[in-house]
Ligand binder design. Structure first.
Ligand code: BGC
Length: 466
């Protein structure tokens, strides 16, 4: 297949990508919501510790099931339709929660919010990869991650503000939910005006509609013809070679699954969820403990938007892994130096600073690499006909694996000592270097169709993009 010749694209492409990536923002709002809101929920509903935990955990269950269903949804009602469905669920469930219904209902509302996240975390990267022209596909794909980090920060800040300003738990909890409702409304209304993915139209045999969408995003008829031809070639051969359960598909599926496993076993959500606790073990408290991680996470996702097209995906992953290995070792050493603190005796400044700086740099390392690139690569590597199945499985893995890491992290620190967890994360990141080298293809600047053709031709996994 020849090179993609793009003379540029229209401003509407950016609009499409911004609205669609609001799904990422809602993902972030809910990911960051629980940590700060749970103490308030516990007070309002009189939950026990395990009650609070199961309330938090139901989100993960909902997300995994939502991700499972989203493959069928994206195929049946389209990418746009799925996006609208998840937006509507966010609005209804969060608004209902703001009325503080009885606990059993609130619990199931949380499940459906998780369900909506599951759909959004699947369909947004898929939509962005399909609707954005190849030249900026990487940058637009990383927008998804940027919006997740914006969501995590926004909800961290607004929840801290509500906690500080409003002393009544019953009055502050509805406001916490209303923040989610407002953003969900923007996504839903914005989503109504999005075009459907041209690749989905082609899959459904609606060639004219696909052409109409491409005309809105591309500048010349030549570019439109080129993209249509590429899609037709892929769909034409897809029956034999692009279907699921072929050896090639299973190979690329493993690449995607490990991408998500490594992303989650890097320990990122331990920081997102437990940073205040972990900082607390090192004697660091207050706003620094509550807001450092979300701020650094957001700020350093920006460089990724630009670097992902300049350096490519693999270099970013290598750089991220190396930074995360060094900083996890730094954190572990800091905790070894602290040992078991004696109550009443202040913790020495050096290990404290070492841990703080290490975690800040660690978040920086994740934010510009594994955060955006894992989702991006999983949206790029699968053949068109197996894309929904592939992304469904990788998204589910992301949620399930993340859940396991969260479930055991603090216990590992308690049982094996605080440093142990960070040694484990450092070790996992060392393994990730081997994985990147042998398995991960460089997908920068190639069309999704070229990647697919290379896969069908039996090229080595790491050469799929060349
Ligand atoms: C991960 C989430 C994580 C977030 C942090 C995402 O890429 O999938 O699990 O909470 O990054 O920014």
């Amino acid at each position: 297949m020849s090179e993609v010749k793009q003379a540029g694209f229209k401003g509407i492409v950016y609009w499409i990508c911004i609205v669609a990536s609001l799904g990422g923002l809602l993902f972030g709002l809910d990911q960051g919501f629980i940590a700060n809101a749970l103490p308030t929920i516990n007070k309002v509903y009189g939950l026990s510790l395990s009650g609070g935990e199961s309330f938090a955990a139901i989100l993960f269950t909902g997300s995994a099931i939502g991700a499972f269903c989203s493959g069928f949804l994206a195929r049946g009602i389209g990418r746009k339709g799925s996006l609208l469905l998840s937006g509507a669920l966010f609005v209804i469930m969060a608004a209902w929660s703001a009325f503080l219904p009885m606990y059993e209902i609130l619990y199931w509302l949380r499940f459906f919010i998780g369900f909506a996240i599951g759909i959004a975390s699947f369909v947004v990267p898929l939509y962005l990869a399909e609707a954005a022209p190849a030249k900026i596909r990487g940058s637009m794909g990383t927008l998804f991650q940027l919006m997740i980090t914006v969501g995590i920060l926004v909800i961290s800040v607004t929840n801290v503000i509500f906690i500080r300003l409003i002393s009544s738990h019953v009055e502050r909890l509805p406001l916490m939910f209303i923040v989610i409702v407002l953003f969900a409304l923007v996504m839903f209304i914005g989503g109504i005006f999005l075009p459907e993915s041209p690749r989905w139209f082609m899959l459904k045999g609606k060639r004219d509609k696909a052409i109409n969408v491409l005309k809105k995003t591309l500048n010349t008829q030549e570019e439109v013809d080129f993209e249509i031809k590429e899609m037709e070639e892929v769909i034409g051969t897809g029956e034999k070679s692009g279907t699921v359960f072929t050896k090639n598909f299973l190979k690329i599926l493993l690449v995607g699954m490990f991408m998500m496993i490594f992303q989650q076993t890097s320990g990122i959500n331990v920081m997102i969820y437990y940073a205040p606790t972990i900082f607390g073990y090192a004697g660091i408290t207050g706003l620094i403990a509550m807001l450092t991680v979300p701020v650094v996470n957001l700020v350093f996702t920006f460089p990724a938007i630009w670097l992902v097209e300049k350096w490519g995906r693999k270099k970013l992953l290598y750089a991220g892994s190396v930074i995360m290995i060094i900083t996890m070792l730094g954190t572990a050493i800091g905790f070894l130096m602290i040992g078991t603190p004696t109550p009443g005796v202040a913790i020495a400044a050096f290990p404290k600073v070492l841990i703080l700086v290490s975690i800040i740099v660690y978040i920086f390392g994740f934010a510009f690499s594994w955060g955006p690139v894992a989702w991006l690569v999983c949206s790029e590597i699968f053949p068109l006909r197996g894309r929904e199945v592939g992304m469904t499985i990788t998204t589910m893995i992301n949620w399930y694996w993340g859940g396991w890491v969260i479930l055991y992290a603090l216990t590992i620190m308690q049982v094996w000592g605080n440093a142990s967890l960070f040694f484990i994360f450092a070790f996992v990141m060392i393994l990730s270097l081997v994985y990147i080298y042998f398995w991960v293809p460089e997908t920068q600047g190639v069309t999704l169709e070229e990647i697919e053709e290379n896969l069908n031709n039996g090229k080595k996994l790491r050469n799929l993009g060349s």
